[in-house]
Design a protein around this ligand. Structure first.
Ligand code: C2O
Ligand code: CU
Ligand code: CU
Length: 465
């Protein structure tokens, strides 16, 4: 029996305690219940929603009887889920108890550059840095992660990341599952290399270039966990939280996913799909209708890397009902015909350095000055024999085409995105507008979100002027 059959057999036979072998180091594991990151509600002080978070070294149990050294926020791996309310003033206070410098970026957050948590807003060991702003964007699933120069990949790999959920009146008015941990479930998907039970971050040069894909796949910090679902609609908020892995997600049993939200907002209407492709940093919210599947199990599988992520077991009676709406929202659209300019970004590699437009990242250089309020087209070309993606801070964008063809933008990408896959040899265009928060002195960043690429130079800076 190969490992995959073994897992499947185990899944069918006895779901509670199926021991299997993690491939790296053959460390035994017991399949756990899916851990749900605790939901962090704010402490209201001086009319501000305060979220106090501590970044520290910790030990996490990935394997039976092995304490794995990690970096984490509050807990032992990853961090709590922050629930932010649109219109509220928030202060997210990060205290760094590590022995090294870090930063904490709110990925997908529409905030002033000084509050963005890029490589410029460093948090020295023993100090606290606060991201203070008014939540000024639509309901969506964002995340926070470090962004320190040259350190992002390793710090994320050790466990630093967490989700930020934004809710607003519109999201609450939709008949969607929203009972966190019951029918509204965050899934932080990652893969890791382990060496004798310890996280092993040691990519070779080819792995830096082609992707450092680990042999152990994790969901919320657990190896192939099991989730017990109610026999009703289930909402999954999925983050590709990996360093450099593309995932093509689907259910082995052929369950349809209805995608309701992409990176920065709901889609206008649900998009039905069998396979969901997510590159690093991308998010998708999907609804599964488990109403008629009582007693069945479904395996969430990555068809790209041929690995199993987790099992959903429909074992509980519904304690609420929801009915997926046919329409979800209306998105404000930018008209590409009104664009005042096109900016070009060429992703390239030379002499083992990764670059955008012939330049590797330099914190002292602002590459682009983007005037506030002007509609622009950004054109990103990947000249390399490997896949990249492209992420911008500060706001979302709307994809226009890939290789000149609008139909190469998939229905689930026709929304408000902040990361987009730019496959080898292809060109992606999107339309974007910086709506506010000018600060000529403090840049935001754009980069490939394959963290090894970002750390090795494939990043640039723009200021909104
Ligand atoms: Cu998710 Cu510049 O980052
Ligand atoms: Cu970001
Ligand atoms: Cu890349």
């Amino acid at each position: 029996m190969n490992r995959r059959d073994f897992i499947r057999y185990g899944t069918a036979a006895s779901l509670s305690l199926v021991a299997c072998q993690a491939q790296a180091g053959r460390t035994p594991i017991t399949r756990k219940a899916l851990p749900i990151p605790p939901l962090k509600k704010p402490d209201v002080r001086n009319g501000i929603d305060q979220y106090d978070l501590t970044i520290h070294e910790a030990k996490h149990l990935f394997f039976d009887g092995v304490a794995t050294r990690t970096y984490a926020i509050d807990g032992t791996y990853l961090g709590p889920t922050l629930l932010l309310e649109r219109g509220h003033k928030v202060s997210i206070n990060y205290t760094n108890r590590l022995k090294e410098v870090t930063t904490m970026h709110g990925h997908g957050m529409h905030v002033p550059a000084r509050m963005d948590g890029t490589a410029h807003q460093t948090i020295a060991p023993g100090t606290t840095w606060s991201a203070i702003y008014t939540v000024n964007q639509r309901a969506c699933t964002n995340w926070y992660h470090p962004h320190a120069m040259g350190k992002t990949a390793e710090q994320v790999y050790k466990g630093m990341a967490g989700l930020i959920l934004i809710e607003d009146d519109e999201s609450r008015a939709l008949d969607l599952p929203r009972r966190y941990g019951i029918d509204d479930i965050p899934l932080v998907l990652q893969d890791r290399h382990f060496d004798r039970g310890q996280i092993d971050y040691s990519p070779s040069m080819p792995e830096i270039m082609h992707g450092y894909v680990g042999d152990t796949f994790l969901v919320n910090g657990a190896i192939e966990p099991i989730f017990d679902a109610e026999a009703k609609e289930l909402r999954l908020r999925i983050l590709n939280g990996s360093n450099s892995s593309i995932y093509a997600l689907g259910f082995v049993e052929g369950l349809t996913m209805q995608q309701i939200a992409t990176d920065n907002a709901f889609l206008e209407a649900p998009v039905a799909m069998q396979k969901l492709v997510l590159s690093p940093g991308e998010r998708a919210e999907v609804i599964l209708d488990l109403g008629r599947h009582s007693g069945k199990t479904f395996e969430l599988y990555d068809y790209y890397n041929k690995k199993s992520f987790m099992t959903i077991r429909v074992s509980k009676k519904p304690t609420a009902t929801t009915t997926l709406p046919i329409r979800l929202t209306t998105l404000e659209r930018l008209d590409p015909a009104k664009a005042v300019r096109t900016r070009r970004f060429v992703l390239e590699g030379r002499m083992m350095r990764l670059m955008i437009n012939g330049k590797s990242m330099d914190m002292g250089r602002i590459d682009e000055k983007v005037p506030v309020g002007e509609t622009e087209i950004w054109e990103v070309e990947n000249t390399m024999p490997m896949h990249h993606n492209f992420h911008i801070h500060a706001t979302h964008f709307e994809p226009i085409d890939r290789d000149g063809k609008a139909e190469n933008i998939y229905p689930n990408e026709r929304g408000h995105k902040d990361v987009i896959l730019v496959p080898s040899g292809s060109t992606v265009r999107f339309v974007v507008r910086m709506s506010d928060y000018t600060d000529p002195a403090t840049p935001y960043m754009y980069h490939c979100h394959f963290l090894e690429h970002e750390d090795n130079g494939m990043m640039g800076q723009f200021a909104v002027v």
